[in-house]
Design a binder for this molecule. Sequence first.
Ligand code: ADP
Ligand code: MG
Length: 349
Amino acid sequence: RGVVHQICSGQVIVTLSTAVKELVENSIDAGATKIDIRLVECGSKLIEISDNGSGIEESNFEGLALKHHTSKITEFEDLGSISTFGFRGEALSSLCALSNLTVITRHKDNDQKVGHKIEYAHGGTIASRTRCARECGTTVILKDLFYTLPVRHREFIKNLKREFHRMVNVLYGYCLVVNGVRISCSNVVGNGRPSEVIAVPGFSTMRERIVAVFGSKQLSSLIEIKQTDAVPSEILSEFGLPEEAYERKYELEGYISQPNQGRSSNDRQFFFINSRPCDPAKISRVINEVYHSFSRSQNPFVCLHIRTNRENVDINVTPDKRTLYVQNEKILLAILKATLIPIFTAAAS
Ligand code: ADP
Ligand code: MG
């Protein structure tokens, strides 16, 4: 059973980024306004995430790291109406099989003013449980990620820099989209002092958050994406859509590089659908194409938030929940193109 579980887990948590992403999402789901991430050796030795969220109820300790244990969904029909990030109850059980998991938590309704420290065995059962001091909230500690899968672990250590870089980028995504949540991340390498990787106060606008993450210099090379009110019929027909197809089903908010101010790599493109970070390949491709028709430089920086009714997206496509299925995606692509062309035209003149 142990082996089967580890193999399955490997599919849910394949990278450092997915591990950190799942833990950050749990903190956001718990209503945290402050999330502090502490890494040792880029996360390979230790990942510690502390939040000031609701904490975990004692009745949940037993099942916390067991597969399919979740406090977020009770009925299968709920799947359509979920607003939290998590809902599969797979993250902690996977992480527990792949590393040494310790949880320190105090639930907000716990009036004994004391927290609990729980160490879990790889199978997800409780190995030890002690009382300790803790403010309301939760600290999740992962030691030696992937060490239970020697081949994966070797690969992880070999590519540590790259995986760390990806993880920081994933964290940037949350920094850019979550409202009023302070996020910090530090890393310790060797005997050095902790270096601050991220320190973002809980701002409320995307503009402020871009400045906090990338600096005001970045912002000065960006233009705001102001959504068009009309999609010309040529663009509609380019996407094979009938004349009357445009509905304001999608609301766009964001920033993009000015023509000729783009950058060479693709790693500074951030997409969100209903506040959920995602990697929408087609959307990114259309943006890059339109950009290149105005610009000799490489791909643009993009920070794009798409809001739509929940029934227009299906988030349940891949285990990491980053690939979303958008209904009527062609309309969205047409809106994007019709929005970007006048913006770039104005910026270029
Ligand atoms: P899911 O998020 O899909 O429910 P997880 O395995 O990520 O599954 O987490 C299991 C459960 O552990 C959650 O449903 C939640 O009850 C609890 N939990 C995990 N992390 C936190 C946290 N930071 N704060 C409060 N509760 C948490
Ligand atoms: Mg979760």
